[in-house]
Design a protein around this ligand. Structure first.
Ligand code: 5IU
Length: 261
């Protein structure tokens, strides 16, 4: 079967990873397949934006290492907003080291990512030791991984063989795998996994630094995305509250058309 024709409700039942189940459930309940990438460097700006747009998103994506005033109180407040508005937290850390180092980066240091992030992004480049390490670190707590199978940036070095091997290795970790970060429908077929697709914007086709943008319609209807990641399209808009609704509606409409709802 074509996974992209199934509803999020159906796919919730097919997911093995508890975070994937929760995400499918949140999407269906909130009618939102929008992930906001809050690439801001101040905690008050992040918290303020999320207070204003949190009701419209299913997931927030953070880059905790760009924040200049990170604190434990920020994490507490972020989690409170996630509970209040019903969205999950994805730390886009793109782990890419040997397993032992990744388990330290996941659990230790200033950020203790494993304590608060529901899911994280991981490169398959180092081999399956990365997934083994995170599996061991989560210790029975419900956590998830989005494995990078493709990138949105121009000239990235990922090859068809790399993509194929990435999908193969992921199949060994069904309890941990929330989904793939990828750009194409054909990249994987398991309906219990989520396709997270960045590089989405209505007003431009690139950023001059290699980012490539597609429209909400293209990534949902043609490219098979389940969740769209939007950063500057909303964050840098004059009126983020208005933009978030525009993106949310466009993405949901495309999904509804795709599943024939
Ligand atoms: N991001 C990408 N492309 C990728 C991956 C991650 O853009 O292939 I993997 C991240 C980078 C940034 C966000 O945090 O997604 C996109 O932000 P903009 O919508 O502002 O370009």
């Amino acid at each position: 079967v074509d996974r992209t024709k199934l509803t999020y409700e159906k796919r919730e039942k097919l997911a093995n990873n508890p975070i994937a189940k929760k995400l499918f459930n949140i999407m269906a309940t909130k009618k939102s397949n929008l992930c906001l990438s809050v690439d801001l460097t101040s905690t008050s700006k992040i918290l303020d934006l999320l207070t204003r747009v949190g009701e419209h998103i299913c997931l927030v994506k953070t880059h905790v290492d760009i924040i200049e005033d990170f604190s434990e109180s920020f994490v507490t407040q972020l989690k409170q907003l996630a509970d209040r508005f019903g969205f999950l937290i994805l730390e886009d850390r793109k782990f890419a080291d040997i397993g032992n180092t990744v388990s330290l980066q996941y659990s230790k240091g200033l950020y203790k990512i494993g304590d608060w992030a529901d899911c994280v992004t991981v490169h398959s480049l180092p081999g399956e030791g990365v997934l083994k390490a995170i599996s061991a670190s989560v210790n029975g707590v419900s956590k998830g991984v989005f494995l990078l199978a493709e990138m949105s940036s121009e000239g990235n070095l990922i090859t068809p063989d790399y993509i194929e091997q990435t999908v193969k290795v992921a199949a060994k970790y069904p309890e941990l795998m929330t989904g793939f970060v990828c750009q194409n429908k054909k990249t994987f077929s398991d309906p219990g996994l989520i396709q997270l697709t960045p590089g989405v914007q209505l007003q431009s086709s690139g950023d001059g630094l290699g980012q490539v943008y597609n429209t909400p319609e293209k990534i949902i209807l043609e490219n098979g995305a389940d969740i769209a990641v939007v950063g500057r399209g909303i964050v840098a808009a004059k009126n983020p509250e208005a933009q978030v609704v525009i993106y949310r509606d466009a993405l949901w409409k495309a999904y509804a058309e795709r599943v024939g709802a």
